[in-house]
Write a protein that binds this ligand. Structure first.
Ligand code: AMP
Length: 200
């Protein structure tokens, strides 16, 4: 079973420009790290990048701190700069796993433009699906600074309003792969590898 799903680390194989999509608490961050190392591409988490900026207290961090704490989204223009710059790094040359971007339709258009101008394209969008009660439970367990219950609920609301439309968008492009995220971590990874193998 592993054979077809096991991509090769070297050689910059096609099929390694991937987006992880799914609600807050679905386990995207965990899967991104595991899957990226299996694929030999960097896991790029915009949430981690912003948290790092906040920790450093740099201009980006000062701009986004309050927004993140409230559960709202950082504006698309700021995020475009962050992602455009990050995808330019050498480690993303042969692929990347984006976790937490895009989160709005304009962001999806930005990503498409960035990739097109670099003669690249997206290969797959993995949608991690988890029932909503389980999402809230997981987020509260995690205990991050922006994980107070009202903020958790706000993040879910923002996801439904701003990010869910991306499901149809990527479905129409034929890129969407649905993953059952309500399973053990390694089973979820297995589904993802199989989905990528099938699409390669
Ligand atoms: P995450 O770790 O992906 O849940 O992101 C944490 C927070 O960072 C989000 O609640 C947003 O405030 C902000 N953020 C991360 N990625 C994005 C994005 N693509 N667009 C807007 N805001 C983002």
């Amino acid at each position: 079973m592993a054979d077809a799903a096991e991509p090769h680390r070297s050689g910059g194989a096609a099929g390694a420009n991937i987006v992880l999509l799914g609600p807050p608490g679905a386990g995207k961050g965990t899967q991104a790290v595991v899957l990226a190392s299996r694929l030999g591409v960097p896991a790029i988490s915009t949430g981690d990048m912003l948290r790092e900026a906040v920790a450093q207290g740099n201009p980006l961090g000062r701009k986004v701190q309050g927004i993140m704490a409230s559960g709202a989204l950082v504006d698309d223009g700021t995020m475009a700069e962050v992602v455009r710059e990050r995808l330019r790094h050498d480690d993303a040359r042969h692929g990347f796993l984006l976790d937490g971007y895009p989160r709005t339709l304009p962001q999806a258009e930005t990503l498409s433009g960035v990739l097109t101008s670099a003669a690249k394209k997206l290969d797959a969008v993995l949608l991690v699906e988890v029932p909503v009660d389980e999402l809230v439970r997981r987020s509260l367990l995690r205990g991050r600074a922006d994980d107070a219950e009202d903020v958790v609920r706000e993040r879910q609301r923002v996801y439904r309003e701003k990010t869910e439309p991306l499901i149809g968008y990527y479905e129409r492009l034929g890129l969407l792969r649905r993953i059952d995220g309500n399973r053990a971590i390694d089973e979820v990874t297995g589904q993802m590898l199989a989905a990528l193998g099938a699409s390669a």
